[in-house]
Design a protein around this ligand. Structure first.
Ligand code: C2E
Ligand code: CA
Ligand code: CA
Length: 402
């Protein structure tokens, strides 16, 4: 069971009027009666059940509890911390902030009216409207709480997708790709949970966890590669997102983990995306810091953003990965083929290694082979696989079409 779940017995109070508001709760099961004092009497406002959120107002506007919350039967609750809500609100656009303020004012004035106290605000918001607004965020917040558990319960698994040296058709390295295998919801795509983690500071511990797992995997893979006479040391590409770059301790922590796991930093490529490089100067500084401890830096999804060329020219990168979109367009169109040729030539001209991503067919591989590009990655060779399968693949590699 989640260490974050709070359980109440029938008759327990979750909080009482006037209590300090430290967190809100999602009702997972059971029922809570919300009531308040009005002219010496206890007035029941509503009953909250599965999927409802309770106590959010107090933590958003930092006021004491304005009502009592009593368990009508055994009740399970997921706490939502102040930061989970306030981080989002601070990051929200101005109109959304205004909307939240209006909702809060209406809620408070509605409550004042129930209590029979004087108010000049006649514009009390219906409970339904408050709920509708809040429901949208509930599922996301619940998932975020579950992601914290996932991190400690080992539900996050790092898989590895091989990158091939195009010339030798041998495995040259891997990209670490994280999977969340949720006990009830099943597979949750990284597109969803990494974005969720990025919206809060959760990406920092998630990122370090991934980094550590990938380094441990790398140490195992390198041992096998040496035993089987692979021509070059393997590398491990690890995705790094914006919040991690903004975290001043990331590079130091990563260097410490690499040292502890015995992985030479030169065998690690940190993958950043173009969108991070919008602010060129801080990114330049970050890359310099990464280079100082020996990591390589790779530009992911090259060619998808507005500033691709500028990013490529101005940043001191080691590697660029051409976005999958370019290989997808190859078959039908001669212009697309020329475009990919030119992109590879340009990246090489700048002295960077080139990876082409998303190779799915033999025809695509043949085309890539005729270009001067170093590495290829795609379902034609392998999808991302768990550590034990990587070991087998290194020990007994199939014919990669060489
Ligand atoms: P990405 O970094 O561009 O990773 C490549 C994605 O393309 C992976 O999807 C991979 O499975 C998929 N792919 C590889 N070869 C092929 C192919 O031949 N055809 C097609 N159609 N797809 C292919 P995945 O694993 O779902 O990851 C999606 C994105 O999530 C990644 O895109 C990356 O941005 C992010 N991500 C995954 N793991 C992590 C992580 O640990 N940290 C961070 N910050 N981001 C991660
Ligand atoms: Ca990547
Ligand atoms: Ca990519």
């Amino acid at each position: 069971m989640s260490e974050h779940i709070r359980e109440l017995q029938q008759g327990d109070f979750l909080f009482k009027e006037g209590d300090a508001a430290d967190c809100a709760y999602i009702v997972e099961s059971g029922a809570l009666e919300i009531s308040t004092h009005s002219e010496g009497e206890q007035v029941i406002i509503c009953t909250l059940t599965d999927g409802d959120i309770v106590g959010e107002m107090g933590i958003i506007d930092n006021e004491p509890r304005t009502a009592n919350a009593l368990a009508l039967k055994p009740t399970r609750l997921t706490p939502v911390t102040r930061n989970q809500l306030t981080d989002r609100i601070q990051g929200a656009d101005a109109i959304l902030k205004l909307l939240i303020q209006i909702l809060l004012d209406r809620y408070r004035s509605g409550l004042t009216r129930i209590k029979g106290e004087h108010t000049t605000n006649k514009d009390a918001m219906s409970e339904e409207a408050v709920r509708e607004y809040i429901y949208k965020g509930i599922d996301k917040i619940r998932l975020e709480v579950e992601l914290k558990d996932a991190l400690t319960d080992g539900q996050l698994k790092v898989f590895y997708q091989p990158l091939l040296n195009i010339e030798y058709r041998k495995i040259a390295g891997f990209e670490a790709l994280t999977r969340w295998i949720h006990p009830e919801r099943g597979f949750i795509s990284p597109g969803l949970f990494i974005t969720l983690a990025e919206e809060t500071d959760l990406i920092v511990p998630v990122g370090l966890y991934v980094f550590e797992q990938a380094c441990k995997g790398m140490a195992t893979f390198e041992t096998i590669a040496r035993e089987h006479e692979y021509p070059e040391p393997l590398f491990m590409s690890i995705n790094v997102s914006g919040r991690q770059i903004a975290d001043p301790s990331f590079i130091g922590e990563a260097a410490r983990i690499a040292k502890e796991t015995g992985v030479p930093p030169g065998q690690i490529k940190l993958e950043i995306t173009e969108s991070l490089a919008v602010n060129i100067e801080p990114t330049q500084q970050w890359i310099a810091q990464a280079h100082e401890v020996g990591f390589k830096v790779s530009l992911d999804d090259f060619g998808t953003g507005f500033s691709s060329l500028e990013t490529l020219y101005r940043l001191d990168l080691d590697n660029a990965k051409v976005d999958q979109a370019f290989i997808k367009g190859l078959q039908s169109d001669a212009k697309n083929r020329q475009l990919l040729r030119d992109i590879v030539t340009m990246i090489r001209g700048l002295g960077l290694d080139v990876v082409v991503e998303g190779i799915e067919t033999k025809a695509q591989l043949e085309f890539i082979s005729a270009l001067d590009c170093h590495y290829g990655q795609g379902f034609l060779f392998s999808k991302s696989i768990p550590e034990d399968e990587v070991c087998k693949l290194l020990e007994d590699p199939p014919d990669f079409g060489g």
